[in-house]
Design a protein around this ligand. Structure first.
Ligand code: ZN
Length: 232
């Protein structure tokens, strides 16, 4: 069966002709989630996450209270494929579905109480990249988290990316830090004032991006946490 995995084939007729299927097992799905519940539960390796100290290879500063990821990144595997679709295929419902899963994971944990007092900060994309892609995948994930926890995504004008960095993929840690340094600009600080902030991204690798972001808000916010779909 030919399944619909590319947006833009948006008409109802095409939806009928090309049903939505699970990106992993190919089973036909009743709605646009792109992952069946079996694959959501069993296809990927759960990340051993929580307190950042339990994440080997990640060096995060003390101000980060929580670092939580759903799954371990699998180079060349199904999760990499799913995350590629999330970034480049315009599957908004996939981002929301993954965000909801992450929302259940960050709720009621012992490190940071994520709820309606929490501000969600999706890692901003540079305006030119967002125009090209049509959306920010991290903002989709944040919307999913918001739907589950009641946390509030910050307006995307509050903190923006001013430097259109090249992709961090494949760069060593030192180069990543240099690449991302000065990449963000905070236009307004009051949405973060005294509130717990959860930084949201699709993948965390060395932590350079979230460290750069948290350095802007650390003196304003309450606790700062990180939630990602995958940890590389
Ligand atoms: Zn499946």
């Amino acid at each position: 069966m030919f399944c619909k995995t590319v947006s833009g084939l948006g008409s109802d007729l095409l939806e009928l002709l090309y049903p939505v299927c699970c990106l992993v097992c190919g089973d036909r799905l009743p709605d646009k989630r792109y992952l069946c519940s079996y694959c959501l539960n069993y296809a990927f390796e759960p990340a051993d996450s929580g307190n950042y100290e339990s994440s080997p290879g990640l060096v995060l500063p003390d101000r980060i209270t929580m670092q939580m990821a759903l799954w371990e990144f699998d180079k060349g595997g199904y999760l990499q494929d799913v995350l590629h679709h999330l970034k480049y295929s315009g599957l908004a419902e996939l981002g929301l579905a993954l965000g909801r899963e992450l929302g259940y994971a960050v709720q009621n944990n012992r490190w940071m109480d994520v709820g309606d007092q929490t501000v969600l900060l999706p890692v901003p994309l540079h305006a030119s990249r967002q125009r090209k892609r049509g959306y920010n995948q991290s903002a989709l994930i944040a919307s999913g988290i918001a739907a589950v926890t009641g946390a509030e995504p910050v307006d995307d004008k509050v903190l923006v990316r001013v430097k259109n960095t090249r992709t961090q993929t494949g760069l060593p840690a030192g180069v990543r830090r240099e690449n991302i340094s000065g990449a963000f600009q905070m236009n307004r600080s009051e949405p973060f004032a005294g509130r717990d902030v959860l930084i949201v991204d699709d993948v965390i690798t060395t932590g350079a991006t979230v460290m750069e972001l948290s350095s802007l808000i650390e003196n304003i916010a309450g606790r700062v946490g990180i939630a990602t779909i995958a940890r590389a």
